[in-house]
Design a protein around this ligand. Structure first.
Ligand code: PTT
Ligand code: SF4
Length: 602
């Protein structure tokens, strides 16, 4: 099939071995790319091992749309067995590394083993080397990016970790370009456990497509369509921060560790304030709607802000100044810590302090204390020792019922949407295949604009449709979903793009099926890897069922547990899973996953 480089690059850091393998036609047809490629490889090769041992593997995977001259296509997936959750984990990053990887002649890179000394991987077309990185070890991601750019040129694709990944902090992520982040469920720690500081990629080839002329035309039309969209101008002003005011109005802004859904100081830090402070814009390659808004942080350094970062490092910890939030965001980027999990950990510790569950005194909105906590978490010191493994790990250590307000599902911290009044979004967090991420089904906007408080089967069906499009298609194609989500770029473009690239006609029905195959394989992976995995793993935090907010539109509202359970049962039924959430044999067989069903049943 055209549109793929057709090769997998395998690097064994223990043996210093580098090899190239063909990617089979059936792999492309059945799994498309990105997340699909990653879970297939991880299912086949990463079995019942400790995620931080040298037996784990980390996958960097593109898809057929990645790196093409198409709207927002500079994305790639970073995946592994997660040290934070114990199950499948991945993240999606916008980076020049995506474009370079395909030009270098590979669709994916698999890194296994563990280097003896700090190392980095250099991929220059067919020339691949494992190089010494002792001088880079301990450097933050901004410093290390500068050094690597000096050696290999500014036009290199660089993926790297900060000290948090080196210190095996489970909420560490992978960074690129001083502001792009991908791999929330501890992908930074997996790189750290392999002594792998960075992957530097430089490709000079071209991607062999089926019909380049058509693709060029379609791409051009796509870019034009995006620029002409009604919401484009507002999007360019606020980017993802346009969600801030909306969340506050609708009572779903994460506030004081998700106790509340409105923040009394929201006007001091919303998208309009961002507009005033904005000094520059950044984003991913190939994108005409770049959403990385740069402001000067409280120490006058440049920092990039997104809604999730502001929600979690602002209201969620009681902080009300955007430059102060930006400083925490910049620190997280330098350390290579995931901002969502970091904000959740800090909020959790502040609440633990308020309740007297820990002796330390840390008040809501205490900026000095928050900075100290970032350093301690990144370094695995002081209170960082309590939360280095996320809020689930911390609540297991301190007990005293703290699991009820540890805001996570499957071990991954919830992103910035308070769901006391959004049962559909709660189910989305519950059933997300990597833990509580919003990436697979951001159903909240649809839910609030339709019948917010219903627990209907229709809502569950809609949730699955979102998962098929977002978690199935966008994560495996692999392109940014924001043109579709934020400015209503037409979904009907994507089958056309795929056809011009690969030569194969794929309808949305076909793409849904690929998405279902990927979801079922991920679910099977959880079942195989995690002891006693089942229904309880799809439980959102008790706080949403038990402690309604005291203010705002959602005052007094909480989720009805019985009705949530009914929605979950419908979800399983519609997915073809049993009452414990395990894929049925016939479901797996229908998707061509017979071997998987045999292995699960054995
Ligand atoms: C994503 C998660 C998000 S989602 C945000 S802000 W968001 C946080 N950003 C972080 C950051 O910044 N620094 C940091 N140290 N940690 C961070 N953790 C958080 O990571 C991101 C954009 C955004 S901004 C979103 S919604 C969309 N996500 C996409 C996705 O998941 N898939 C896809 N096909 N397209 C997407 N487009 C958008 O990409 P994770 P990025 Mg990201 C500073 O990584 O693990 O998936 O978690 O990739 O290049 O930074 O773009 O309001
Ligand atoms: Fe990257 Fe934002 Fe553009 Fe998506 S919209 S490709 S996240 S810059």
């Amino acid at each position: 099939m055209k549109g793929y480089a057709g090769k997998l690059l395998r690097v064994d850091l223990s043996e210093g071995k580098i090899s190239k393998e063909e990617i089979s036609e059936s792999m492309k047809k059945d799994f498309l790319g990105g997340r699909g490629f990653a879970i297939k490889l991880i299912w086949d090769e990463v079995k019942k091992i400790d995620p931080l041992s040298e037996q784990n593997k980390i996958v960097f995977a593109t898809g057929p749309l990645s790196g093409q001259l198409l709207p927002s296509s500079g994305k790639m997936v970073i995946a592994s067995k997660s040290p934070l959750t114990g199950g499948y984990g991945d993240g999606n990053i916008g980076t020049m590394a995506s474009v370079h990887l395909k030009k270098a002649g590979y669709d994916m890179v698999v890194v296994e083993g563990r280097a003896e000394r700090p190392s980095y991987l250099l991929i220059e077309d067919g020339n691949v080397k494992i190089l010494e990185a002792s001088d880079l070890w301990g450097k933050n991601t901004f410093e290390a990016q500068d050094i690597l750019e000096k050696i290999h040129g500014r036009n290199s694709g660089i993926l790297l970790i900060g000290p948090a990944g080196e210190n095996l902090i489970r909420i560490s992520t992978v960074m690129s370009q001083k502001g792009r982040a991908g791999g929330r469920p501890g992908m930074g720690a997996v790189m750290g456990s392999k002594n792998l500081k960075a992957v530097v990629i430089k490709g000079t080839g071209s991607i062999p497509n089926f019909d380049d002329e058509k693709l060029k035309q379609f791409g051009k039309k796509g870019y034009e369509e995006i620029k002409g969209k009604e919401n484009y101008e507002f999007w360019m002003r606020q980017g993802t921060m346009q969600a801030f005011e909306w969340c506050n109005e609708n009572g779903c802004l994460p506030t004081y560790n998700f106790k509340e859904g409105v923040f009394e100081f929201s006007k001091e830090m919303d998208g309009y304030v961002l507009e005033k402070l904005h000094i520059d814009r950044k984003g991913c390659p190939m994108c005409s709607m770049q959403c990385g808004h740069i402001i000067k942080d409280a120490s006058a350094k440049r920092a990039e802000l997104d809604y999730e970062n502001v929600g979690m490092l602002g209201p969620n910890i009681g902080l009300r100044s955007l430059p102060q939030v930006a400083l925490l965001n910049r620190m997280a980027d330098e350390w290579g810590l995931d901002t969502i999990s970091l904000g959740s950990c800090i909020g959790f510790l502040m609440e633990a302090s308020e309740r007297g569950v820990i002796p330390e005194k840390i008040g809501w909105g205490d900026f000095e204390a928050a900075q100290k906590l970032v350093r301690e978490i990144g370094g695995g010191e002081g209170l960082g020792k309590l939360v280095y493994n996320g809020v689930r790990g911390a609540s297991e250590i301190i007990g005293k019922g703290s699991n009820r307000w540890a805001m996570q599902v499957k071990g991954l911290e919830i992103s910035a949407y308070n769901c006391h009044g959004c049962p559909g979004m709660a189910l989305s967090f519950g059933t997300s295949p990597i833990g509580a991420s919003h990436k697979d089904a951001w159903i909240i906007a649809w839910e609030i604009s339709t019948d917010r408080f219903s627990y209907s089967k229709e809502k569950v069906q809609k949730l699955i449709e979102f998962q098929r499009i977002r978690g199935g298609f966008f994560e495996s194609a692999t392109v940014c979903r924001l043109p579709w989500v934020e400015v209503s770029f037409g979904l009907d473009w994507y089958p056309k793009y795929l056809e011009a690239i690969t030569g194969n006609h794929m309808s949305w029905e076909d793409l849904y099926q690929i998405g279902d195959r990927i979801y079922n394989l991920i679910r099977a992976y959880w079942k195989r890897e995690v002891p006693r995995f089942g229904r309880a793993w799809d439980d959102p935090p008790d706080r949403w069922f038990e402690e309604p907010p005291s203010q705002g539109k959602m005052k007094g509202v909480k989720i009805d547990r019985k009705k949530y359970e009914q929605m979950l049962s419908w979800y399983y039924e519609l997915r073809g899973w049993d009452e414990d959430g395990i894929p049925l044999k016939e479901t797996l067989d229908q998707l061509g996953l017979e071997e998987v069903s045999r292995e699960l049943i054995m």
